[in-house]
Write a protein that binds this ligand. Sequence first.
Ligand code: HEM
Length: 480
Amino acid sequence: MLTVTVTDLPEPPKVPLLGHLPALGRGMAMHRVLHDWRDVYGPTYRIRFGRTPLVVTSSPEVVQTVLRERPEAFRRAPMLARLIDEMGAPGLFDAEGEDWRRMRRIAMRGLNAGALRNSFFVITRSIERLRELWATTGGERVDVLDDLMRYTLEVSTALLAGHDLDAVRQRDGDGLPRRLPQVFEKLGRRIASPVPYWRWVRLPADRRLDATVAELRDLVKEQYVHARRRVAEGQAPVTYLEALAEASMDDAAKLSEQDVVSAVVNMIVAGEDNTAAAAAWAMHYLAIHPEAQRKVREEAEEVLGDDEFPSDPAALSRLRYAEAVVNESIRLRPTSPFLIMQAARDITIPDGANALRLEAGTLVMPLMTHASDVDDHRYPDPGAFEPDRWLSPSAPQPNDASPFLPFGGGPRFCPGRNLALVEVTMVVAMVCRHFVLEADTTTGPVGERVTFAMMPTNLGIRLHPAEHRSLDRRNAGADA
Ligand code: HEM
């Protein structure tokens, strides 16, 4: 077996001092460049961010090992933890070692026990607000991503912190619902910034960021008082915050108020951007595939009958085509196409006939979703939008030899996956049931941009009222 070290790996051409940053920063579609280089330099190659070397890999064995061997052998890149910490939102996403183990246990208990129990009520309330908002747009171009950011923020804040931000309806103004999505944008920009200027100079945008996060922390702190009281009265936790409040009463958990507030803010930050982006991409594909809209609409008519929305998990699970649309748009536009990890100790990873030797401190970027571009056995005609591929008896199955991991893998697998899929499937079902989507390309084609998540840019959709048989029948009955 040949052992390969980082310096043995192929490297795309770079520029002095900045390394590969200029090529990667171009158009903010960094994942595309990384995938193109993979086609030229093979599954594992090296690049430089300024002076920092990184190993980029889509080798199945290396990706699986990096994800699996956490937290002992690999950790998230420390610069990410530092950025999240500087923002005032440290928590599960960036915790390491024993700290992470403890938080993960509490978080999983909290998400299972509390947050999801009333998720249908919370999501339905926000979906209804979104429907009402879009019903007023009169076929005008809608910046759906902007609206969806407030939708996912509203759902997260209600489910996790027990507070109704009423964000969906706040398209204008300068309230928290308008400013919070900019926090995620700003975090993405700091990740991509070659110079951490904010550590020396706080520009007005940085001060605004500090104030926004402080405001969110205050809001969570206030909710925490109520959460502790409810739990002390013996009520079962229904939000993530209440589950944490319950855990904090157990001395062994060693959770301070500060820890709890940070954990909730961290969870809100970790989920909001990705989920909004996934819902926006699903709407993009629906807008350019009228046939798929029609199928979602017909399925919703059949499954829901007179109900506006699925009211429980059983009804939701019967919206199989809507779910297939979500799977297919995540496949084509995965919102977390790569992660940035660091070897926590020296390690040698088997990689086919070779082995890859990584020294402690080496940064590794697993390309998590490359399989969906190249695995044309599992995804025939991989570039085509075909939701039906998820419904056929030979639907794509997980495959360790060509992993497709839009929600990560191993012990740090995304704990919000189920919630995110419910949120996005509800948007897909609602929007097709009530509207006909028309892509508006008057300002040019839809593009991609990686900030914290991989977002659509220039996505404009016109929403025209759809006719739906059962709801029209019901409304006619109410008028009579
Ligand atoms: C479509 C939506 C989403 C996508 C694509 C997504 C994707 C991911 C990915 C790729 C990771 C890294 C996993 C790894 O390191 O192996 C992750 C981690 C995480 N996600 Fe999500 N996520 C989504 C929604 C959510 C939601 C709604 C929440 C919260 C309610 C959430 C909370 C988290 C947290 C806390 C982590 C860190 C887990 C840990 O390190 O133990 N995510 N997510």
